[in-house]
Every structure is written in structure tokens, then in C-alpha cells.
Ligand binder design. Structure first.
Ligand SMILES: [Zn+2]
Length: 57
């Protein structure tokens, strides 16, 4: 069982190249992609199982 109630800090953030689409960790020292494209932030939401949503409200 995977808990989704881990708070907002579990969301992974990556850099993704706007030019070639390469994904890089935000800890990279590179100011931009090797291809010359600029990074943009990509938010990767944790796996979310709809079956876990409490619909009894
Ligand atoms: Zn690139």
C-alpha cells in the first residue's frame, strides 16, 4: 500500500529541456541543456490512485 498522504514535499521537480525534451535533475550545475536549450521546471506528481480517494464525504 502506497500512502499518498505524505504532504506536499513528495512532489518531484525536474528540469526539462525546452528544445530537445531531455530531463535533468534540478541539482544539475548545468545552466542549460547540452543542446543549448533552456531548462523549464517540470513537476512530477506522485503516483495517485483514484481508488484511494475517499468518496464518502
Ligand atoms: Zn536539450
Amino acid at each position: 500500500m502506497i500512502s499518498v498522504m505524505t504532504g506536499g514535499d513528495s512532489m518531484k521537480v525536474n528540469y526539462v529541456c525546452t528544445k530537445c525534451g531531455k530531463v535533468e535533475d534540478v541539482t544539475t550545475r548545468a545552466p542549460k541543456c547540452k543542446c543549448g536549450g533552456l531548462w523549464k521546471l517540470q513537476y512530477e506528481l506522485p503516483e495517485f490512485d483514484e481508488a484511494l480517494i475517499d468518496k464518502d464525504e
